[in-house]
Design a protein around this ligand. Structure first.
Ligand code: BJW
Ligand code: ZN
Length: 243
């Protein structure tokens, strides 16, 4: 009998020495963190260019900060789910493992992943728009916008907005992980935001076996080797149970 797609995914992961994982908002959805697109998504009532661009921040920093403070309050109540835990577990079983995440919620670290490449930043970190100070700021009652504790100027969230470049060092690490892995697992991303969306193709073209986990098809689905439709918080632990 030929293996099921789930078994194929597990077999490939079990025999791989180099694995890269790319995650998106869908992996945190079962923790209660809203995704960006789709029903109930964070963009539902706002256009991205109203909130997640440097221009929007310049125009109305208080509005943008209120959105981030609302999200921080919500995420502070969230815990890693079985999907995050499965990926932390996978890291322990693979020789060379890279976890690339577009998520800014910090839940992978909380789940025990040792060094996620947070290519879109982290919303618990802030950076000064004037002196460049960069530090973790978990304060629950920040004003909008909050002042830098070094120089008093306005802080911004340490995240990557549309039109901004990703940290070149992180992007380079992510790119290299995709280009050199034997298996790439892509979970919970709509695969529409570049350059992250292109990483699956990089892996595929370099000869990797690519596995996708999502509730629905994405632009990556046509070229991946195995597409597992369902919740990341269920499918990722199911894969781990077969390893
Ligand atoms: C589940 C599930 C469950 C639900 N289980 N699954 C090339 C071509 C065209 C455009 C560009 C290009 N290169 C650059 C651009 C411009 C732009 C871009 O990509 N635009 C496109 C939208 C067209 N990219 C950029 O500007 C990037 N910068 C850059 O490339 O600099 C150089 C440059 C600039 C300008 C021009 C050219 C070059 C920066 C992108 C920064 C993205 N920032 C955000 C906000 C971060 C801060 C914050 O959080 O506030 O990052 S936008 C938002 O989207 C966030 C996410 O990380 C990102 C991706 O979203 P994700 O994770 O995929 O979430 P969703 O909601 O979209 O999807 C969830 C998925 O989960 C769905 O598929 C569900 O089905 C699934 N799901 N529950 C499994 N339980
Ligand atoms: Zn400062």
């Amino acid at each position: 009998m030929s293996p099921t797609p789930l078994q194929q995914a597990a077999q490939r992961l079990a025999s791989a020495n180099r694995v890269a994982v790319l995650t998106g908002a869908g992996v945190s959805a079962e923790s209660g963190v809203p995704t960006f697109r789709g029903p109930g998504g964070l963009w539902e009532n706002h256009r991205p260019e109203e909130l997640a661009t440097p221009g929007a921040f310049q125009k109305d920093p208080a509005l943008v900060w209120r959105w981030y403070l609302w999200r921080r309050g919500l995420i502070a109540q969230c815990q890693p789910n079985p999907g995050h835990l499965a990926l932390a577990d996978l890291e322990k079983r693979v020789g060379e493992f890279s976890l690339i995440t577009q998520n800014v919620d910090g839940l992978h670290r909380l789940a025990g992943s040792s060094d996620p490449l947070e290519i879109h930043g982290n919303l618990w970190w802030v950076r000064c728009t004037s002196c460049g100070a960069l530090y973790e700021e978990r304060g629950p009652d920040l004003p909008a916008p909050p002042p830098c504790k070094e120089c008093g100027a306005m802080l911004r969230p340490h995240v990557v907005w549309f039109g901004e470049s990703l940290d070149p060092e992180l992007l380079d690490q992510a790119w290299r992980a995709a280009a050199t892995c034997e298996v790439m697992l892509v979970a919970g991303t709509s695969a529409v935001v570049q350059p992250a969306a292109g990483l699956a193709s990089v892996a595929k073209q370099a000869g990797a076996f690519v596995i996708e986990v999502n509730l629905e098809p994405t632009p990556n689905s046509a070229e991946v080797d195995v597409s597992l439709m369902g919740k990341a918080g269920e499918i990722l632990p199911e894969i781990m149970a077969l390893l």
